[in-house]
Design a protein around this ligand. Structure first.
Ligand code: VGL
Ligand code: ZN
Length: 202
């Protein structure tokens, strides 16, 4: 068992990010067994769930003529347009059936505001609007977070960077993550995480 001050944060292990899903991450399902095992080591386990309304601004389908995996400018900065994924209540938004959810103490849903995307478990993509996770962890005395899940270069990295900014000790277990790797996004995310003091472990 790890110290009570350590929390495990499991990012977006949902059907749409696993093989066969709408925004499938290669080998996304191969991390689940290890994540399930990790849950038993932590006194605080948090799961996140990408949870978009059908009219979400991050979906290429909601921008006539736009192709998925291209960039647009949003008021808060550049935004990748994604295939429609993790629509609230859909099968794609459900956790992968093999992921253990019973040990979780909190499930954070994010990305539910139509006009703003939310990669991070802590803040929406404006880096200002909080999800409430910071307060939850702090009020439980958590000082260190271990992050796993999907995808390394988007939701895991954004969450880890925010955790470091909020002065949690942040560790990403890369072997328990898989990446989208869009135009070099994985190496960029790894560089940013290292520079922010996030520990990258196998
Ligand atoms: C994610 C792109 C869009 C992720 C979520 O979980 O990494 N990526 N929505
Ligand atoms: Zn999303």
């Amino acid at each position: 068992m790890r110290p009570a001050t350590d929390a495990l944060i499991v990012i977006d292990v949902q059907n749409d990010f696993c093989p066969g899903g709408a925004l499938a991450v290669a080998e996304g399902d191969e991390i689940i067994r290890r994540i399930n095992g990790l849950m038993g080591e932590f006194a605080t386990v948090v799961l996140t769930q990408d949870w978009h309304p059908a009219n979400h601004a991050s979906f290429a389908d909601n921008h006539p003529g736009a192709e998925p995996f291209t960039l647009i400018q949003m008021p808060y900065g550049p935004q990748v347009l994604w295939p429609t994924h993790c629509v609230q209540g859909s099968r794609g938004a459900e956790f992968h059936r093999d992921l253990r959810t019973d040990p979780a103490h909190l499930i954070v849903r994010k990305g539910f505001r139509p006009e703003i995307d939310s990669y991070s478990a802590f803040f929406e993509n404006d880096h200002v609007t909080p999800t409430g996770l910071d307060g939850y962890l702090r009020s439980r005395g958590v000082t260190a977070v271990t992050l796993v899940g999907l995808a390394t270069d988007y939701c895991v990295a954004y969450s880890a960077l925010d955790a470091a900014r909020l002065e949690f000790k942040a560790t990403v277990l890369e072997g328990a993550t898989r990446a989208i790797d869009l135009n070099g996004s994985l190496s960029e995310a790894r560089d940013k995480m290292r520079a922010a003091g996030v520990a990258l472990e196998a």
